[in-house]
Design a protein around this ligand. Structure first.
Ligand code: NAD
Ligand code: LMR
Length: 333
């Protein structure tokens, strides 16, 4: 039995993500929460002939707590998206408070749930959730994930395009590490499961890296004021949620990059800090998932000098983003 909850379920990501979770036979209950439209979205999805029982609540009458009751996995795509010319950090002003309030609800109603944060800026919203959980004495670093899967999905697709065979896209894996914004997104293309064509020039590698780092901007520009990636994000969010669900059901050997807290627990956090040469509290790294969430944080393995340079360039911005999230909560104590 798995209860999945989507907070922000009526939005551009929330609706297709809820559809994909309803279509997942491993999900037996689906809770939908938003400040608008969730009863309608829930009624619509509830007619689909899959196992999940669907409930949808709005804020009145403790709607958040009712939605979260018994949740095993909570996915958060609530918050405003970018418009052209904005950075993800520009969303902090509005989204930080939204995520803080939702995290408070989770800490009270579903403190043991696995929490998957999609709301931007992920580099800051994940620390916000952690700090709220710490205040409530329920923080477990193994159960909190920043969803960076869309970067991984884009890397697979763009590498398949370079190779000239989109048919290979589903089987290509590229670790994407660091964080989830611009230069903090670091694709490790030297570790692509399908190597880049021989003779791939450094200039082409830099162009491909830049496209992965700024894939989100490509969509924001194309949508021209109507928001950012929603459908590809719903796909990526459902894929990551399914990995977490498979792992909690006991499947072994599932590894995926995700933005996690680096501490002595779970294993690997302290070693990763040494590897990147900086005492960062969070980093997106390949993580082995297990029944309790993060089973271990993996090494970044052998990096090229170019990739080392990308990581060094990402660190100052990551540190600033993380600190901004942490101090938002300490300042509002
Ligand atoms: P959207 O505006 O279409 O939907 C957001 C939803 O959140 C709306 O339905 C809104 O009513 C709801 N909401 C607002 N305040 C809320 C609250 N307090 N409680 C519950 N729900 C609330 O936006 P979107 O396109 O779905 O994007 C949502 C977020 O996801 C944005 O911050 C965006 O930047 C982010 N995003 C992240 C990634 C990623 O890779 N992590 C990818 C794409 C988008
Ligand atoms: C993305 O990578 O598509 C998201 O983070 C949304 C955005 O603002 O680009």
């Amino acid at each position: 039995m798995v209860k999945a909850v989507v907070l922000g379920a009526a939005g551009g990501i929330g609706q297709p993500l809820s559809l994909l979770l309803k279509a997942n036979p491993a999900v037996t209950e689906l809770g939908l929460y938003d400040i608008v439209n969730t009863p309608g979205v829930a009624a619509d999805l509830s007619h689909i002939s899959t196992p999940a029982k669907v409930v949808g609540y709005l804020p009145p009458d403790d709607g958040l707590a009712k939605t979260l009751k018994g949740a095993d996995i909570v996915v958060i795509p609530a918050g405003v998206p970018r418009k052209p010319g904005m950075t993800r950090d520009d969303l902090f002003k509005i989204n930080a408070g939204i995520v803080r309030d939702l995290a408070t609800g989770i800490a009270k109603a579903a403190p043991k749930a696995f929490v998957l944060v999609i709301s931007n800026p992920v580099n800051s919203t994940v620390p916000i959730v952690a700090e709220v959980f710490k205040q409530h004495g329920v923080f477990d670093p193994k159960r909190l994930f920043g969803v960076t899967t869309l970067d991984v999905v884009r890397a697979s697709t763009f590498v398949a395009e370079v190779i000239g065979d989109l048919g290979k896209a589903p089987s290509i894996t590229v670790p994407v590490v660091g964080g989830h914004s611009g230069i903090t997104i670091v694709p490790l293309l030297s570790q692509s499961s399908t190597p880049l064509p021989s003779g791939f020039a450094q200039a082409e590698l830099e162009k491909l890296t830049n496209r992965i780092q700024y894939g989100g901007d490509e969509v924001v520009k194309a949508k021209d004021g109507a928001g950012s990636a929603t459908l590809s994000m719903a796909y990526a969010g459902a894929e990551f949620a399914q990995k977490v669900i498979r792992a909690i059901k006991g499947e072994k050997g599932i590894v995926a990059p995700t933005f996690v807290h680096l501490s002595s627990e779970p294993a690997g956090g302290a070693a990763l800090k040494k590897e990147i040469g900086k005492d960062l509290e969070y980093f997106s790294a390949p993580v082995e998932l297990g029944p309790d969430g993060v089973a271990s944080i993996k090494s970044l393995a052998k990096l090229t000098d170019y990739e080392k340079g990308l990581i060094d360039a990402a660190i100052p911005e990551l540190a600033t983003n993380i600190e901004k999230g942490v101090s938002f909560i300490s300042a509002s104590k």
